[in-house]
Write a protein that binds this ligand. Structure first.
Ligand code: CO
Length: 137
């Protein structure tokens, strides 16, 4: 049911400075930089093979990502796994008493259904689970 790592997200103070390392020095390719207003972040998408590194710069001081950055500093923010049946995965996690950020999947503007697992239940790592929209016949 867990298919692959879709992306690894890293929270940074400044996208410009982070890109100086991840793009210029490390050599990852930058696909695009785009605002994600619903998460109050600007994201730099950097594809690597069939997965992606995402750099997150919070753009509001009271957002969840901004609080994370203040509290824990720069570094790994979350790992996102693509799943084939998010309802089945969610049922299994609930059954096991896992703490979730959202009890039901939320749908983003691209039609993906998302659930976040609280780091308390995942050994300190925020985990995002996502199911891609089913493509019409
Ligand atoms: Co994500």
């Amino acid at each position: 049911m867990i298919k692959r790592i879709d992306h690894v997200a890293i929270v940074v103070e400044s996208l410009r400075e982070a890109l100086n390392f991840f793009q210029e020095t490390l050599g990852l390719a930058l696909e695009e930089v785009a605002p994600e207003p619903e998460q109050h972040v600007t994201v730099a998408f950097m594809p690597v093979g069939d997965t992606e590194v995402e750099l997150l710069e919070p753009d509001e001081t009271d957002s969840g990502v901004a609080r994370f950055l203040r509290k824990r500093g720069e570094g790994l923010h979350h790992i996102c796994f693509e799943v084939t049946d998010i309802d089945a995965v969610l049922a299994r996690l609930k059954n096991a008493g896992v703490e979730l950020i959202n009890e039901e999947p939320v749908t983003n503007r691209l039609g993906w259904r998302l659930v976040f697992v609280h780091p308390k239940s995942a050994h300190g790592v925020l985990i995002e689970l996502y199911e891609a929209p089913r493509t019409e016949g």
